[in-house]
Design a protein around this ligand. Structure first.
Ligand code: NAD
Length: 733
């Protein structure tokens, strides 16, 4: 056998071990070559009478991350190419056969007649866990790192190599559906309790335990291929089944608003598959898989949430010429809400942190935030007391700028006031060495303006976190006019070290994310003032795919902050720059009613102590002419909410704030949860085509005003039939 991705050995007992160890890759993934080699291994095991069975293991730190998604992307491209060359029917036939190759291979392993055992340590996800599921026995290492799961749904796919069918035959249907919908990673003992794996053993016993199964004559038949097999939740058409399926449908609708074709395909695949014998069930699953693989949603989600995010995380925007940085000590000035979070994530990445505020009490309070976060983790069993102590030991609270000496990077998160910031910049620069980089976490003040207070503007950059810092995965890096490459490289290296995803944007009012979020919130406010029932606005946001409605989001951000931004915009750019209806609404809410949002338990919602939030009944009094829900086009509300944001994203491209579509897409999903099934705010436009988008925007502009007028860039793109990604490719070529 000619193998490059596996080692194949046979021991004295006739037990084969196929050890997966791909050259030049830190993680095993399923590629065409891996499929070919697994096939060859299978044939050898079956045909060699001296071999009793086979253990499949890995020589890496992990078992495998699953299928190479770029291979799946390639399959989709093949379909497009074949459709053009040989017609859609022939293209579909080839595509179907190719896309089910892995499924058929796994089924052949399952029915080979000799036992196969998966010996799993580390991560074992997606197609790799489907391989394990097709083995007759699954043995897991008891190490914390070992996790199994089927996360395909997170990139708009679903497990198409038997996952939906085998999981649904191992677990109660409700549990199986939940596992498939959530795509979560499951640790060893939990996986055993769920019935997904058979044994959990120490690492040094893993291979021997796996071999023991074969040595002791373990079965080479899957439970569902044995006579008399009963489904864990009984038949679909049974009294038990009737308890499950109507509810499953309802939960699917509630959770997805029917926006995710892959989630629907899971439901259909399990529902239909459970009524069929395994081979037919797998064929049904393959049909749905081929359909989903061709869906624009899967293509957009794979591109943004896997390919682009991976590229940005690995430093796609890092200037190649900038030397490697060696960050050790980080300064954080301002130990308030944001600074405390920045200190925590920095210490969690192993940096030494000096946390400075105006007095020791404030600095200590900032550090206490880390204490609280770590203590919560200890309580939940996710960290040990020693981890908490080690992290806290890295944070030094201080009221003296002198303690910042030796810092490689200082991030300020003091009050959003240019005068305060200017003072802080001067004091920090006097305390740190010439080579230190200064990052500002301002959310609204232009970086080039703030950099005027710096003696070293080329070492000055925006590092904009989102709240809560420890949870939000995006960091916006803002280039001022004079920001240099070393500052950019340092900021990107820092973001990488704290395991967040960076996007690099050019300086402009609101940068990228807050501009788009602002458009979403403005649209919610406008709807409210038009008399649209508040619950309908909120539901339109969620139905469009946003994580929360615009009113709810404004409550989280704070209404007084929104009013402050409106007033500042008006003061700087004039009357025409703000919407009078929005301003009047915010003035009424904040100044007349004293409703500031969640922070004072009174915003568009009421937040009763210990109870669930509910829309404030007083909202109807604020609106002069409430309209009846029946008279309102719900789909138009949804479109308005997404189009308003996408238009703003397109404007940032036109203005040169965003220079790479990957950043707008990744930034919009990670930063403000822009309907993930679209692949992000620009992919949303690309997916429907600039022409259709422009037509829709123009129609909305006629009804609702010039904020919907498409920018010239989009009109040009519509005329030329261009996409954002197509333009980026042309530019790069
Ligand atoms: P905050 O009021 O909670 O914290 C500000 C802290 O800065 C306070 O602890 C204050 O004592 C300290 N401070 C003020 N002047 C100082 C000085 N001269 N020296 C040292 N410390 C000083 O504010 P926050 O919400 O954490 O916001 C801080 C910055 O982060 C602002 O620029 C804000 O725009 C930005 N930001 C906030 C959010 C958010 O959601 N709150 C999100 C992104 C960015």
């Amino acid at each position: 056998m000619d193998l490059t991705n596996f080692r194949f050995e046979i021991d004295a007992d006739g037990i084969a071990t196929a050890t997966w160890d791909m050259p030049d890759r830190s993680m095993n993934v399923i590629t065409v070559a891996v499929m070919d080699e697994l096939d060859a291994i299978l044939q050898r095991v079956v045909s060699d009478e001296g071999i009793k069975g086979c253990v499949i293991a890995s020589a890496k730190n992990d078992f495998s991350g699953g299928a190479d998604l770029t291979m799946l992307q390639g399959l989709r491209d093949l379909f497009v190419k074949l459709s053009g060359e040989r017609g859609e029917e022939e293209a579909m036939r080839v595509f179907f056969e190719e896309s089910r190759r892995l499924s058929l291979l796994y089924r052949r392993i399952e029915t080979a007649g000799k036992p196969f055992v998966a010996a799993v340590h580390g991560i074992c996800l997606g197609g790799a866990f489907e391989l394990a599921l097709a083995c007759h026995r699954r043995v897991l290492c008891d190490h914390d790192r070992t996790k199994v799961g089927l996360p395909e749904i997170k990139v708009g796919l679903f497990p198409g190599a038997g996952g939906t069918q085998r999981v649904a035959r191992l677990m109660q249907t409700g549990d199986a559906l939940q596992m498939l919908f959530k795509g979560q990673q499951i640790k060893g003992l939990m996986a055993r309790n769920m019935g997904l794996v058979h044994e959990v053993v120490p690492h040094d016993k893993l291979i021997e335990t796996a071999k023991d199964y074969i040595r002791q004559g373990g079965k080479a038949v899957a439970p569902w291929d044995e006579k008399g097999f009963k489904l864990p939740s009984n038949k679909v058409y049974s009294a038990a089944g009737m308890q499950i399926w109507p509810a499953a449908n309802a939960i699917y609708r509630r959770e997805t608003n029917d926006n995710y074709p892959a989630a629907k395909a899971i439901l259909q695949s399990v529902y239909e598959g459970l009524q069929l014998p395994m081979d037919l069930a797998l064929r049904v699953e393959s049909r749905y898989f081929a359909k989903i693989l061709r869906s624009p949603e899967a293509a957009a989600m794979i591109r943004t949430l896997f390919v682009s995010m991976g590229e940005l995380n690995k430093g796609a925007r890092r200037p190649a010429s900038a030397p490697k940085t060696n960050l050790k000590k980080i300064g954080v000035v301002g130990a308030g809400f944001m600074g405390a979070g920045v200190a925590y994530v920095s210490a969690a990445a192993g940096f030494e942190v000096v946390l400075v505020d105006r007095d020791m009490e404030a600095a200590e309070k900032g550090k206490a935030y880390s204490q609280k976060l770590m203590s919560d983790q200890v309580m939940k069993g996710r960290a040990k007391g020693a981890d908490r102590d080690a992290l806290l030991a890295l944070i030094t609270p201080s009221a003296s700028y002198a303690d910042l000496s030796g810092c490689d990077l200082v991030i300020e998160a003091v009050f959003e006031d240019p005068k305060v910031k200017a003072q802080v910049i001067a004091e920090v620069e006097a305390a740190v060495g010439e080579r230190a980089i200064f990052g500002s976490n301002t959310s609204t003040l232009p970086i080039s303006g703030l950099a005027k207070a710096s003696a070293r503007p080329e070492r000055f950059i925006g590092i904009h976190f989102f709240s809560p810092v420890e949870k939000m995965m995006l960091v916006e890096i803002i280039m001022g006019e004079k920001t240099g490459e070393e500052a950019l490289a340092t900021a990107l290296d820092f973001v990488r070290a704290i395991k967040k995803t960076p996007i690099v944007v050019n300086d402009a009012r609101g940068f990228f994310a807050n501009r788009c979020v602002g458009a979403y919130i403005l649209e919610g406010h406008k709807m409210l003032t038009e008399g649209v029932p508040p619950a309908m606005i909120e539901n339109a946001g969620k139905a469009a795919g946003m994580p929360v409605g615009p009113l709810s989001l404004n409550d989280e951000v704070a209404l007084d902050l929104a009013l402050k931004i409106v007033k500042a915009t008006k003061a700087q750019l004039g009357e025409g720059a703000v919407d009078p209806a929005q301003e009047a609404l915010l003035v009424a809410m904040v100044e007349t009613e004293g409703r500031l949002g969640r922070k004072n338990r009174k915003g568009f919602y009421d937040y009763p102590e210990g109870g669930k939030k509910r829309l404030w009944p007083g909202l109807s009094d604020l609106v002069k002419a409430p309209r009846l829900g029946e008279t309102i086009d719900f789909e138009e509300l949804q479109e308005r909410l997404l189009i308003a944001q996408a238009l703003e994203a397109a404007r940032t491209v036109e203005e040169g704030v965003i220079t790479d579509p990957r950043e707008a897409d990744v930034g919009s999903i990670l930063g403000f949860g822009f309907a993930p099934f679209t692949g992000g705010a620009l992919s949303y436009i690309d997916m429907m085509g600039a022409k259709t988008f422009v037509e829709k925007a123009e129609r909305l502009a006629e009804i609702h005003g010039p904020r919907f007028a498409p920018p010239q860039l989009l009109r040009d793109m519509a005329a030329r039939g261009e996409t954002f990604y197509g333009r980026a490719k042309t530019k790069a070529a």
